[in-house]
Design a protein around this ligand. Structure first.
Ligand code: GNR
Ligand code: NI
Length: 171
């Protein structure tokens, strides 16, 4: 198992669309294992392949709380098949946009289909944090970041601050 480097904005890989995967080959299983280790190490509750520089449609998620048992989801080619008109607002952060959080409005509930590690198609319906996290990760696979869902003023302020931080880290 390997902890991978997490790409930060403005890395162009975060703005690219990831490609569909054939199925759970050894290579894909290794990437998903490394993504899970990278997510837990960060720590974060989700990670999309773009964030580790891999343009494949792969995500890992574990939204369980500290009191609960771990609940690791590894998904190949996840797709939102239905979403509610009803919206919910939740504070989001992103490992690729360190130290910046913002409220994001998204559909409250989603139904997601994906391929599991056995190559079978599965469906999952989610609400609350898991719903927001699934939408956040599937956005990443399409080159979309949570800051794209907030006001331009807030977005530009976050981008400016992250770039300033990057410049200061180089000094
Ligand atoms: O760790 C994360 N927390 C989070 C909180 C609310 C909604 C989505 C997330 S995902 C984020 C990790 C990450 O950047 N995934 O892409
Ligand atoms: Ni993210």
């Amino acid at each position: 198992m390997t902890i991978l480097d997490i790409r930060l904005i403005p890395d162009p890989v975060l703005r690219k669309k990831a490609e569909k995967v054939e199925g759970p080959s050894d290579e894909i299983i290794t990437i998903l294992d490394d993504m899970a280790e990278t997510m837990y190490n960060a720590p974060g509750i989700g990670l999309a392949a773009n964030q580790v520089g891999v343009l494949k449609r792969l995500i890992v998620i574990d939204c369980s709380t500290e009191e609960e048992e771990p609940n690791l989801l590894k998904m190949i080619n996840p797709e939102i098949i239905t979403s509610t008109n009803e919206k919910s607002e939740l504070e989001e952060g992103c490992l690729s946009i360190p130290e910046h959080k913002s409220n994001v409005v998204r559909p409250s509930k989603v139904e997601v289909s994906y391929m599991n590690l056995n190559g079978e198609t599965e469906k999952l319906t989610a609400e609350g944090l898991l719903s927001a996290c699934l939408q956040h990760e599937i956005d990443h696979l399409n080159g979309i970041l949570f800051i794209d869902h907030i006001s331009r003023l807030k977005r530009d302020m976050i981008i400016r601050k992250v770039k300033k931080q990057l410049r200061e880290n180089e000094k």
